[in-house]
Write a protein that binds this ligand. Sequence first.
Ligand code: 6R9
Length: 653
Amino acid sequence: MNEASNPKIYPPSNDFVAKAHVGAETYETMYKASIEDPESFWGEQAKTRLDWIESFTKVKDADFTLGKVKIKWFEDGVLNVAYNCIDRHLEERGDQTAIIFEPDEPGDGAQHITYRELHEKVCRFANVLLAQGVMRGDRVVIYLPMIPEAAYAMLACARIGAIHSVVFAGFSPDALANRINDCQAKVVITADTAPRGGRRTALKSNTDAALLHCSDKVRCLVVKHTGDQTTWIQDRDVDVKAMMAEVAPDCPIRPMGAEDPLFILYTSGSTGKPKGVVHSSGGYLLYAAMTQELTFDYHDGDVFWCGADVGWVTGHTYIIYGPLANGATTLMFEGVPTYPDASRFWQVIEKHKVNQFYTAPTAIRALMGQGTKFVEGSDLSSLKVLGTVGEPINPEAWNWYNDNVGKGKLPIVDTWWQTETGGHMITPLPGATATKPGSATKPFFGVQPVVLDATSGKEIEETQAEGVLAIKQSWPGQMRTVWGDHERFEKTYFSDYKGYYFAGDGCRRDADGYYWITGRVDDVINVSGHRMGTAEVESALVAHAKVAEAAVVGYPHEVKGQGIYAYVTLMNDVEPSDELRKELEGWVRNEIGPIAKPDLIQWAPGLPKTRSGKIMRRILRKIAENDYGALGDTSTLADPSVVDELIENRMNK
Ligand code: 6R9
């Protein structure tokens, strides 16, 4: 039986409902209010959840019309994000732990950083930035692992009004250089080396390599984290910890406009180079705080653990900004789920008595593959809510999570959202929504999803619908623009379906109005919950001297969700070999990072193209999926025989 068409339903328990912030009725009333009168709804939320230096008089000014797209919230309000995440909590919870840092090596001992300590560290870090000449509006690239300094650096930027752009520490020097150059950063912050799963990544030397391609004015701030030896360039490199010890322990906040950018985060799209997604100070923070509290039913005193990396949006919103704005205790984990062994996640939960745990389906599948013995040995009784994010969760993984981690008793929130949306968009609220495994269920407050017919672009009115997912109205956490390219912003998100925000996912809505995300409908693939533009991998491949042409598609992968399948046409005089295959894998690793390494490379003497020279990816996808029985119409191909050749030599047999 197809689970999706007749799924088991999991209502919240009465005990849970009794203590929850939002129950089913409240959800309905509040949701209705948020859609019918967004101005009052969000005005009220912004006043109660955030502290303003000057309050706003205007709540919303948004337009999705192509050519004049504009998204503004609380426009004339003035606030400071770091103040909201730290200073305002000092009186009441100065001695409460703000951040628990759990290092890669379990034997190294955790750190508990109180709000008061966080305040001092962030102030000192901010003074270091100021001493480097960083001013309001300047860009600061943060290329750090999951260490407290990453949080200090982000909040220090927010304190002085600089715009941070965190680059995932798994990215290569080239990827780092592209981002530093695109946002014209004044400073890059890195660490000597980064331990992860018992191995070390040489971040400083990656940064040195990246900076060869950047302006020589870029300063390099180095956090000496492991003490490993690195090269040192006088006049360019700065020892952050040494300087933090010298500067003043206090630093005034800079009042910022609600619409001033808080950060830029680069993300992959279906075309071109990664885009710098710009998020605001006021609207973003409000949305981060509200979703963190309500989606996870966070209560004062709880320990919250989002297992993402700060290099992704999930880490921004649910390790740093959301929890800290709410005065929560947030856990930062430097390691990986399988080191020293596959019980690490569960050990960390037991050790720190974690109440809410948020991870990705790919991590669940990887741990599932190790059997249940690793989870059985840990005391998970502190857990109250489980969450997932990043990709659709398959029922097997959902059931495993539910049975073994939730012991059949905990609500699981499957949260659909994107880098662009700032926070959760479609998600259960644990005290309000009965869940169905594999469905992200219902919209969050203020979010108006619609299902559009993919070809006509018309809204499907019936409850039961299948098509592409779009959003009708702005919400405060929405991205504001693409850094330096507003036209690209409009074109990417508002031009395919006029009047709506569209960001590339397909979906189904069932008879109960529940949403089921079916995956990307564009040339973006989702590898272990990480977004990867196929165009990016292709351009890395063709940059290799022996490659004439390349086409990249996704294919189903048991653990990663999707794997990367590359069809490569070599230059005329080049012979294919296993060594060359390895060389290309290493090449892509170096060009982009390990997450972009192709899983399968097929030598393709020719690619299926239309007579106008367009590669027919639909066909390549089918072959990669081993589903070539249904190739559809191939009559428009310039040379249909290439298809037989590709099928014959396919890699995914
Ligand atoms: C937060 C984040 C966004 C893309 C998105 C969609 C996929 C995320 C999902 C999900 C199904 C979920 N996605 N959450 N698909 N169910 N609960 O992941 O941001 O890295 O920008 O990726 O991830 O395809 O469009 P980002």
